[in-house]
Design a protein around this ligand. Structure first.
Ligand code: DC
Length: 227
């Protein structure tokens, strides 16, 4: 299926399978896939390693804001990088997951990330997953999907993903982390997680990836009438 030059925004709750879905969409339509959460995770790792956030979650906002000017955070061959160091593994740890939502509430951090993301949107044919892509980063995105699923289903998926990577995962802790992140993400002042008015909801609690792709192909065929 050949589709026009559009931006596809995939927003929603943590561990609803946004990134897996977005990657498959990118592959099917030869779009560029961008993981906006990876940039928030990258800033978080940087903040932890350089002492801009402490164990109880207090953030040195002026210090972090200043340091962002010199932070070379970018996507590369194997994922996310700071300079030439690949940080893909570290940004998926529970230590980073635990601090990423508070870091993502900082307006200066959001500005830093948004600027990078918008650069990629200039060329269209991009599918981006996150929390505020359809509301803030690309409010004019031609197709907006808002993903949700039952919290327990999401916690199980996340724990399985961690197990495959050889990480420890206690299901109740994973569930707690997800729920805390949902709450912070939906209640922050700047660009909270919210469904854009024109987004289509996809609850994938009982759907396989193939079900989700069928659902999407139908929507694309209806809206963008392509063969
Ligand atoms: O998608 P993820 O779990 O990797 O995202 C990590 C965190 O980053 C998430 O808890 C909230 C934040 N985030 C955000 O605030 N806005 C985005 N567009 C993407 C992620």
């Amino acid at each position: 299926m050949r589709i026009p030059d559009i931006i596809i925004a995939v927003d929603g709750y943590s561990s609803t399978g946004k990134s897996s879905f977005a990657k498959i969409i990118a592959n099917e339509f030869s779009f560029l896939y961008l993981d906006s959460g990876a940039l928030y995770r990258g800033v978080t790792l940087f903040a932890i390693e350089n002492g801009y956030i402490d164990a109880d979650g207090s953030i040195d906002v002026p210090g972090l804001d200043k340091a962002l000017g010199g932070l070379d955070l970018h996507f590369g061959e194997k994922g996310t990088y700071i300079g030439d160091r690949c940080i893909e593994r570290e940004i998926r740890s529970l230590a980073v997951a635990d601090k990423v939502s508070p870091i993502a509430t900082v307006p200066q951090v959001r500005e830093f990330v948004d600027k990078k993301l918008r650069e990629f949107g200039k060329f269209k044919r991009v599918v981006m997953d996150g929390r505020d892509i359809g509301t803030t980063v690309f409010p004019d995105a031609e197709l907006k999907i808002f993903m949700t699923a039952d919290p327990m289903v999401r916690a199980r998926r996340r724990a399985e993903e961690m197990h495959t990577k050889g990480e420890e995962a206690d299901i109740s802790e994973v569930l707690k982390n997800l729920q805390e992140r949902d709450w912070i993400d939906s209640h922050r002042e700047t660009s909270p997680l919210a469904k854009a008015e024109d987004a289509i909801v996809l609850d994938n609690s009982d759907m396989t990836m193939e079900d989700q792709m069928k659902w999407l192909r139908n929507i694309i065929a209806e809206r963008f009438c392509c063969a």
